[in-house]
Design a protein around this ligand. Structure first.
Ligand SMILES: Cc1cc2nc3c(=O)[nH]c(=O)nc-3n(C[C@H](O)[C@H](O)[C@H](O)COP(=O)(O)OP(=O)(O)OC[C@H]3O[C@@H](n4cnc5c(N)ncnc54)[C@H](O)[C@@H]3O)c2cc1C
Length: 374
């Protein structure tokens, strides 16, 4: 028996606004448009994203360690998304753990570089030459290839007018949308727009982290870091852990803990175990590209309601780990929920199951990137 549907169905001609073209926004767009395509439903999506991911430095970067775990590489492959070699900076073959007492290296049982390190933008500020393509730029490109319209503007307001979402940019207010998707991450002051949507949305609690890109050159990267991700568990007040990730000729250094500030950063770089990770004579005074982005400590409240859903960091993310994987999972689940609820009537008439809402297979080729600089 078919139950009566509320009047917020997505149908032919429905329009969706996605605010934020980071991983969560791009994944949502990719999955919703893929499902719509397979079911013959014509849905228009506008993705609002002011960042140009082809620019080096902070203006083109979504500030992150850039580790893509094996499980995500596999999941993406089952969804038909293969990380091109041009996006993968390094294949990571194992972990080196550094404690105050010394270091130990852990190699995986299979000798494969199944973890990828990527750049979220086009490279650190001041980079002398092209550093391969941006992961976020690649994903946004996939969304565009699926048919999304990319609006290169920051959304300056969002809300409901006569029960339908509208967004405002410097160009003025938009037409009415049928669904509003918030994928702004946690480094945007604009999350406040969503607090007035009547669902009790409260952004996640966050804390400051630290990231820097250190130029070392190929030889020093090989000698000091090799193809391992270095995890540092050191007895420094307020520091939970740190990671040093080889990325081409650079090393990305991430510090996570409580309210990371310059004083903590300085004591980190002075620690003897950290000094051992860098070439003799290297000094943190040489650092050019650094930032203090926020990271989730908890989940948001009121993350969905009629015609509105939050995905990625601005909804829920895992603590200190696999945030891009969380963006993938929340975006995919939200797209499925929006599509299945919205198109229930249409789907119930179809018998082919071509929209493939089954679980993805558990195996898949995660090797497309291993022809990369690994
Ligand atoms: C120090 C650190 C290290 C990390 N390391 C890793 C790691 O190694 N691996 C991992 O998986 N995760 C890591 N993460 C977490 C990861 O960065 C996030 O979980 C991930 O970026 C979330 O994706 P998102 O799309 O939700 O948000 P974001 O990546 O923040 O994207 C949000 C997008 O919204 C856009 N935006 C914001 N406001 C507006 C507006 N008003 N209008 C239009 N667009 C707007 C922004 O420009 C941005 O492109 C790390 C995070 C930190 C802080």
């Amino acid at each position: 028996m078919e139950t009566s549907l509320p009047d917020f169905r997505l149908n032919d001609g429905s329009r969706v606004a996605v605010i934020g073209g980071g991983p969560a926004g791009s994944f949502f767009t990719y999955f919703l448009l893929s499902m719509a395509e397979r079911s013959g439903v014509d849905i228009g999506i506008d993705v609002y994203e002011p960042r140009d991911f082809s620019k080096p430095g902070q203006s083109g970067c979504n500030k992150c360690g850039g580790i893509i775990y094996d499980s995500l590489v596999q999941s993406l492959a089952t969804d038909g998304i293969f990380l091109p070699a041009s996006v993968v900076q390094n294949g990571i073959a194992g972990y080196a753990f550094h404690l105050d007492e010394g270091a130990v290296r852990i190699k995986p049982p299979i000798d494969e570089k199944r973890i990828a390190s990527v750049r979220r933008g086009a490279g650190p500020c001041g980079a002398a030459r092209s550093l391969l393509a941006s992961f976020d730029g690649f994903l946004l490109g996939l969304a565009e290839e699926k048919g999304a319209r990319i609006v290169r503007e920051r959304v300056t307001d969002a809300g409901m007018v006569d029960g339908k979402p509208r967004v405002t940019t410097i160009s003025g207010p938009s037409e009415a949308y049928d669904l509003l998707v918030g994928a702004l991450g946690v480094n945007s002051p604009d999350l406040k727009f969503f607090e007035n949507l009547g669902t009790g949305y409260t952004p996640p609690v966050t804390t400051k982290t630290y990231i820097t890109e250190v130029f070392l050159g190929d030889d020093a990267i090989d000698a000091c870091l090799g193809d391992a991700m270095h995890v540092l568990l050191l007895n420094i007040p307020r520091l939970k852990f740190a990671a040093i990730i080889p990325k081409g000729e650079y090393a990305t250094v991430c510090l996570l803990g409580r309210d990371i500030d310059q004083e903590l950063v300085d004591s980190f770089f002075r620690h003897p175990e950290v000094v051992r990770c860098f070439p003799a004579g290297w000094s943190s005074a040489d650092i050019r590209c650094r930032c203090f982005p926020s990271i989730n400590l908890g989940r948001a409240e009121g993350t969905f309601g009629d015609r509105f859903v939050m995905v990625g960091d601005s909804g829920v993310s895992r603590l200190y780990k696999d945030g891009i994987g969380s963006a993938y999972r929340t975006a995919r689940a939200a797209a499925q929920a929006a599509f299945l609820t919205a198109c229930r009537k249409r789907i119930s008439r179809r018998t082919t199951g071509r929209f493939a809402m089954r679980s993805p297979p558990t195996t898949g080729s995660g090797k497309s990137y291993s022809a990369s600089p690994a």
